[in-house]
Design a protein around this ligand. Structure first.
Ligand SMILES: [Zn+2]
Length: 304
């Protein structure tokens, strides 16, 4: 796919606009999932074995080093209590022209600080995708009250605002980068992405320019997944193993394509997981800009 610079800019703007418009879908999906998830799953924070030594560092195996014979079947993985995973986009104060729907995706700075403070005060420990993978695939222990924080779409304020706030609490996060945006105004640079990686955060793929995975054909997999993965591997010097679907949209056909291209797990939004492939449909909820710390906590408890 060949595009001029101006169409690239348009694509990035569209990506943001589409992200906003997808908000209502994900919110209604969240609402429908809340009841069933709460009934069938005990919160991971209560049920997961608590071993401090599992919290960070070299004790977490790389997914590639785990023998296939040790990886649980889909039903076992699905039955494990889910770890709450939050998805953030922009962290900035609301502007008059921000739409009602967009404000789910824009968390004002003070609201963000309060949400993160609540997580710290409540004793949550951030985990990273390799830990989540080892837990889901093999039942490896997690720290008490595990949570995963994820940031989509490469927005600059994730580096300038969220990063220092997380640092205060010793929290690490996952940044799902859309590579078309790197170095653009209001987006992160390659150097900033590298710094996040060097500081112990994880960089994941969020495609090249945020097109819907369900519509990919042929070369689109190269443009949207292969090349961006290579770019991110060159920037970070690390393997890129985790993928977040744009808009949270996926279909069963996408999963073998991601597997072929080195992804070991993929993240959706609040919809139900695929019972056949729960590792490629790991659920997240969008931490809304409207949510007080209490609302956020209630949503986490009810959704996972
Ligand atoms: Zn996105």
């Amino acid at each position: 796919m060949k595009l001029s610079y101006s169409s690239l800019v348009a694509a990035a703007v569209c990506a943001t606009a589409f992200t906003f418009s997808s908000c209502n879908d994900s919110k209604s999906a969240l609402t429908t999932e809340v009841g069933t998830a709460a009934e069938t799953a005990t919160s991971a924070s209560n049920a997961v074995a608590t071993t401090e030594t599992a919290s960070t560092g070299p004790s977490t195996p790389d997914p590639a080093s785990i023998p296939a014979s040790r990886i649980a079947d889909a039903a076992t993985i699905t039955a494990r209590p889910q770890v709450p995973i939050l998805c953030y986009h922009q962290i900035r104060d609301w502007r008059p022209r921000d739409s009602k729907g967009a404000k789910d995706y824009i968390v004002p700075v003070e609201q963000f600080k309060k949400q993160i403070q609540m997580l710290a005060d409540s004793g949550y420990h951030t985990i990273l995708p390799d830990q989540l993978y080892a837990y889901l695939a093999t039942g490896a222990p997690l720290p008490p009250k595990p949570i995963m924080l994820t940031f989509d779409d490469t927005d600059l304020d994730q580096f300038t605002v969220a990063r220092p706030e997380l640092e205060k609490h010793g929290f690490k996060a996952v940044y799902f980068v859309m590579t078309v945006s790197l170095g653009r105004p209001r987006y992160m640079s390659k150097a900033q992405v590298k710094q996040l990686s060097d500081e112990g955060n994880v960089i994941g793929s969020h495609t090249w320019d945020h097109h819907n995975v369900k519509k990919y054909q042929g070369e689109d997999w190269v443009t949207q997944v292969e090349k961006p993965t290579k770019t991110l591997e060159e920037i970070t010097g690390k393997d890129i193993k985790y993928f977040a679907y744009p808009f949270g949209l996926w279909n069963p056909e996408a999963i073998p394509q991601l597997k072929q291209r080195g992804m070991v797990a993929a993240f959706v939004l609040a919809e139900k997981r695929d019972p056949q492939d729960p590792l490629y449909t790991i659920r997240r909820i969008i931490a809304s800009g409207y949510w007080s710390p209490r609302t956020l906590h209630n949503s986490m408890v009810n959704s996972f």
